[in-house]
Design a protein around this ligand. Sequence first.
Ligand code: GCU
Length: 421
Amino acid sequence: MCAPTGWSANPDLVRRLSELRPGVIYDETRVPSYILPDPLVCLDGSRVDSPEKWRDKRRPEILELFRTYVYGRAPLDRPADIAFETFDYEENALNGRAIRKQVSIRLTKSDEPSIDLLIYLPKKPQPPPIFLMLNFWGNHTINPDPHIRIKSRPVFMPRGEFFLSEESRGWDRSTPLNKILSRGYGFATACYNDIDPDFHDGFKNGVHGVFDRLFGERRPPDAWGSIGAWAWGLSRIMDYLEIDGDIDSRHVILLGVSRLGKTALWAGAQDERFFMVISNTSGCGGAALSRRRFGETVKMINDAFPHWFCENFKKYNDNEDALPVDQHMLIALIAPRPVYIASADEDLWCDPRGEFLAAKAADPVYKLLGTEGLPADEMPPLNSPVMGRIGYHIRSGGHGITEYDWERYMDFADKHIYSRA
Ligand code: GCU
């Protein structure tokens, strides 16, 4: 029997997508040649040859490059007036299987903007590790539990009214809550629109509307975009998790899908309190290498979502080779903490190979810091996860998160929390 070969895209799918959108690269043979910036060479040309030099010099330098040219800079850290109010505590939620808490995180002295955080915890003698993820449509959409508060918010998204209605409870079935709890993990979630509505209004709504004045008269070209704002919000959620004694806050596992996968990587890169970071089909501006221009490109994402990144990022439209960073360096910023990158077979828009190659190109940093890195030289076959300190899989199916993905993430978390790998 032959050894299984690594993944490659289905040629019929490549043909079909290429015909549909001739301006988009879906065919590996059309990927331009490129040279990645070396994560282990500093801007002054010196080599990073020790963990100390990584920590003290190169890591801060790369963080600063991402702030300046990609996601933008948040104008503040933790706001002075942040307040946490637990407005719901139920010891016998989900038919007695779990503890449920709901906490309002106020970011200023007034009521808005505020983040509704929903938490389920398994009933265990010890505080459990917890998965934290932002959701798209509201906390009440992730489970039919009738006690989840439907937070009112301005209607700006497609089907916005529906997502404020009772009918939308449990609408998003992608969170296998019972399975998560039965494997001993807690689950915490908040809607990303609570932090910054995903809608371009010239940065007037959400946290931009409140805190951008700290920049002074004019928004600078490196001011935070929405991804930066969502990532900042995740750190504010972490501020709460740290003080909740029912949670093992040393083991908060940050997970994000799609645009929220991009967000999870950026939040995890900046905030080292997150123990582990998981990017699920995050694609362009997430785990995929921009220089490959495969699937969605920098120009396409900036044109379609002008509010996601900072203004400076637009200089790299059709000009990826000039970027001082690429996305492998974002993954490297998470080192030596565990990071998992997951792609999907039919999701060529996200460039699965570009996601794998970025994980692989982060490996030298993980190795320098004394970890195993990513134990694979080539892309693994479909549904064959690889798990070192960097994990990777590509599963069958399309964009989004599935139960298969969740199971692998819990395997990966088990490995790093309980086997001390
Ligand atoms: C669009 C966008 C992607 C993004 C995705 C999502 O497809 O082009 O960059 O990841 O939306 O967040 O659902």
